[in-house]
Design a protein around this ligand. Structure first.
Ligand SMILES: Nc1nc2c(c(=O)[nH]1)N[C@H]1C(S)=C(S)[C@@H](COP(=O)(O)OP(=O)(O)OC[C@H]3O[C@@H](n4cnc5c(=O)[nH]c(N)nc54)[C@H](O)[C@@H]3O)O[C@H]1N2
Ligand SMILES: Nc1nc2c(c(=O)[nH]1)N[C@H]1C(S)=C(S)[C@@H](COP(=O)(O)OP(=O)(O)OC[C@H]3O[C@@H](n4cnc5c(=O)[nH]c(N)nc54)[C@H](O)[C@@H]3O)O[C@H]1N2
Ligand SMILES: [Mo]
Length: 768
């Protein structure tokens, strides 16, 4: 059993490229999952953990936020879920000896793969000012130092509290209470870089910042449009749902610059059909769109539907439009005015092709649009998603069976974290309920989102940083700027399961607080505790870790935060009031508070007790109730936007390989795309390689060009191998986080502020 950590970083000279695959999962995926599990956990623990993933009395998979089906398979997991579990449940450990043996300077020299492979963190550690190494520190002392640092701030708004989407409802709720009790709403989270654009567009047009479909709706849809998403890698269990929909007669349209294997064909390892009979063809139509062209596509669909509606009264759902929507006339006029030539330029598809796609929409009785980062990480993401909503509203595709919007969320509890208050712009009604429940006054002024937080650190306006999970330094854009900004902070604190760059690029002082993960057994107050999470479709359920934790005295996130509340709020005037010790000893009491603060959680404990999943209320889905400015679902008129790529330049999207979870690099392959043993590649059209005077296999630097207020700024990422790939002309792709250094901090989506990680203008440069 190999549970020894690697001694070397990824050796890019061993990189090998083969033809991409055209189908996903199947038996090789299962074998790969088992191999990685056994390497990290050994045989016994592998079996213990893999049978508990997503079972009713087991733990929620720490992978993605795709919901579980009500009837569970014995092994309700996917290859990448198994990798996520193996990464957390690994038997490798790093304690004081490890930190004594490696200076922070040395650790900084390693890549993200190496850092993540070292093992689970087991002891609280501190990096003193000017020190070369972390040293162990007691829990009490660590919490005292944090409390002291917070007291030394001139203003609570000098502190920043980041959250990543793995935190449970219980820990996230306590965390936001701690932060608001301290007097700030500086609660940036990973969502700011992820589905914030979805939240912005959907709240405005439908009155709720979430999707409006259930898993059953997916099964019953007549047409599914999957745009800007790579489910074969990032939401593999979604493929089973798509397969079911297909068997029920659905049509699937995949919209993507890249012909992702998982969108094309699925060999379900849990059915004989998948294993023996060659699986299911998924996409009936692959629309190879230019990156950033989706607004053009959805405007074209709307335009066509409105044109044909003149002769065919059945095309639009007039009754729905009349009764439930506002703004129809303005929208219709706006799309009528957009020339087809513009829509062709935006999408790279001709009018006939666009009308053909629209005809499929016209023919559908019930349509769902699913999307992820390909639609949310552009400058014009919010108008793009408003135009997605427009198309669905035309045919009354909100609030009825098999129809609706389906933003497919990333982190397994990112949606729940937002529901329980992780938000820099909290609604007043939420704050008022919080005030009543805890007898204090929460601050009303909005806080920093992720990008604003980086600016504040960079400009010396923030002096304290804390991360509840995540890897702020590697996940955020403009790596060089972020590293510099982080170094200006007085104290940075990370509550983490695994080592990452945010532990080695730190404030002047730094503290690591190790914590339990989703899979670990959590005994507190003499009993085993469970937590709750919300999936991508607004369904809440319990999760209970079952594996022996890495170290006996390791605290859960919930316990760490409850203890901090006790310490910081003791005897403080105006602080939130609660029995912190009781909350730490019994998480059900935290759920009690949540049930009194947040609508929809009534009888919370009883409902999770039954081992059931319950859906939170969803106005548009449940009752066609739209809490918008007009009290109706809103059609909106949006000016068409799409990226203009200057001569000789490329539009680079930064995406995930098959062997990573965001900044956690599980392995060195991207099997479906034919990349093996390395990550520094750029996928690029062969004619673009030739036009730039290069050949496939050449190693180049990527230089991003950003026209900012101070003129054109350049950023460089060194030594990437060119790989000829099936992508639209002048659209290129490379992996995140290696390319984050190229994404300018100020290049963000309008309205949502999300970094434009899918649209970076770059040129290729010969290596000096
Ligand atoms: N195994 C694994 N699972 C994960 C994650 C992981 O890293 N690993 N991350 C989790 C998280 S936090 C998230 S947010 C999700 C991310 O899930 P995805 O959004 O699927 O992740 P990306 O790799 O960013 O893929 C973006 C997809 O959009 C396409 N795309 C890029 N630009 C455009 C465009 O302009 N238009 C269209 N139509 N398509 C475009 C890309 O070609 C790619 O297929 O996955 C979650 N699940
Ligand atoms: N260029 C570019 N940048 C991007 C994106 C992109 O597509 N392109 N995607 C963006 C998106 S969608 C997202 S969501 C963000 C992700 O941003 P983050 O959520 O900040 O990053 P992760 O890599 O998921 O965080 C991994 C770390 O979380 C810690 N961790 C894991 N599980 C637990 C746990 O249970 N508890 C605690 N306390 N810690 C835990 C481990 O220490 C691990 O190293 O990145 C964004 N950045
Ligand atoms: Mo995400």
């Amino acid at each position: 059993m190999a549970t020894k950590a690697p001694r070397n970083d990824i050796d890019e000279t061993r990189l090998r490229v083969s033809a991409p695959e055209s189908e996903a999962v199947g038996v090789p995926a299962v074998l790969n999952a088992l191999k990685i599990s056994v390497e990290q956990m050994g045989v016994v623990r592998s079996v213990q953990s893999l049978v508990r993933i997503n079972q009713k009395d087991g733990f929620d998979c720490p992978g993605c936020a795709w919901p579980e089906e009500d009837k569970r398979h014995i092994a309700e997991f996917c290859e990448n879920g198994a990798k996520a579990v193996a990464d957390e449940a690994t038997l490798r450990r790093i304690g004081p000896d490890f930190f004594a043996a490696h200076s922070v300077d040395e650790l900084r020299g390693h890549d993200d793969w190496w850092l993540g492979q070292q093992g689970r963190l087991t002891d609280p550690m501190i990096l003193d000012e000017g020190a070369t190494h972390y040293r162990p520190i007691g829990w009490d002392e660590a919490l005292d130092i944090i409390a002291e640092e917070l007291r030394s701030l001139d203003d609570p708004d000098e502190a920043i509290f980041y959250t990543s989407g793995r935190a449970s409802n219980e820990s996230a709720f306590l965390y936001q209470l701690l932060v608001r009790g301290l007097g700030t709403n500086n609660l940036p989270d990973c969502s700011n870089m992820c589905h914030e654009s979805s939240g912005s567009a959907l709240t405005e047009t439908l009155g709720i910042g979430k999707g409006t479909v259930s898993i059953e709706d997916i099964h019953r849809a007549d047409l599914l449009i999957v745009a800007g998403q790579n489910p074969g890698t990032n939401h593999p269990r979604m493929l089973s749902a798509l397969e079911k929909a297909k068997h029920n007669g659905a049509t699937i349209i995949a919209v993507n610059p890249l012909p992702e294997a998982g969108l094309m064909h699925f060999n379900n390892p849990q059915t004989p059909r998948g294993v023996i009979l060659g699986g299911t063809k998924l996409a009936d139509d692959f629309v190879q769109i230019r990156a950033g062209g989706d607004q053009g596509l959805f405007q074209a669909i709307g335009k066509h539907l409105l044109e044909v509606a003149a002769d065919d009264p059945e095309v639009l759902d007039r009754a729905f439009i009349e009764m439930h929507t506002s703004g129809f006339e303005d929208y219709a006029a706006a799309v009528a005015a957009v020339p087809w030539a513009e829509l062709e330029a935006a999408t790279g598809l001709d009018e006939q092709r666009l009308r053909g796609i629209a005809e499929r929409v016209r023919a559908s009785r019930a349509t769902i649009v699913c999307w992820a980062m390909g639609l949310t990480q552009h400058k014009h993401s919010v108008p793009t998603l408003r135009d997605v909503v427009n198309v669905l509203l035309l045919q009354g595709n909100i609030g009825r069976e098999g129809a609706g919007v389906c933003p497919v969320r990333g982190h397994s509890n990112v949606q729940g974290d937002r529901t329980v208050g992780i938000y820099e712009k909290p609604p007043v009604a939420f704050l008022e309920a919080l005030d009543r429940e805890f007898d204090f006054t929460a601050p009303r002024a909005h806080g920093y989102d992720t990008v604003a937080a980086i600016r504040a650190m960079r400009d010396g306006r923030a002096r304290f940083f804390m991360g509840l999970g995540g890897n702020f330094v590697s996940a955020t854009p403009d790596t060089a700027v972020v590293e510099e900004a982080m170094s200006r902070v007085g104290l940075s604190v990370q509550v983490s399961t695994k080592l990452n760059r945010s532990h080695v690029v730190t404030g002047r002082r730094a503290i690591i607080l190790p914590t339990l993960g989703r899979t670990d057994r959590d005994r507190r107050g003499g009993k085993e505790q469970r937590v709750t999470v919300e999936d991508s479709m607004g369904a809440v359920h319990a999760s209970r870790g079952r594996l022996a934790p890495p170290k006996d005295d390791l605290l859960s996130e919930t316990a760490i935060i409850a203890q901090r509340c006790a310490r910081v709020f003791a005897g403080r005037d105006g602080a939130p009031r609660a029995d912190w010790g009781a909350l730490e000893a019994d998480y059900a009491q935290i759920r009690g508070h949540i049930s009194r603060v947040i609508p929809g959680f009534e009888d919370y404990e009883k409902r999770v007790d039954k081992g059931q999943t319950f859906y939170l209320p969803n106005g548009p889905r449940d009752a066609r109730l739209f809490r918008t400015a007009t009290g109706r679902a809103m059609f909106t008129a949006n000016t068409l936007e799409y990226p203009r790529i200057p001569e000789g330049r490329l539009l680079l999207q930064t995406l995930r390989s098959h062997d990573q979870y965001n900044t956690t690099i599980y392995g060195k392959d991207d099997r479906y795309r034919g990349i093996h043993n390395g990550r520094r590649v750029v996928l690029i059209h062969p004619d673009d390689i030739a036009d730039a005077g290069f050949a496939d296999g050449d190693i180049v630097d990527l230089v991003s060009e950003w026209a900012g207020p101070r003129g054109v700024e350049e950023r460089r990422a060194e030594a990437f191998r060119l790989v000829s790939y099936d992508t639209p002309r002048r659209n290129a792709a490379a992996y995140y986080p290696e390319t984050n250094v190229l994404v300018p901090l100020d290049s963000v989506a309008d309205v949502s502020g999300t970094p434009t990680s899918k649209a970076v203008i770059v040129r290729l440069e010969r290596r000096a």
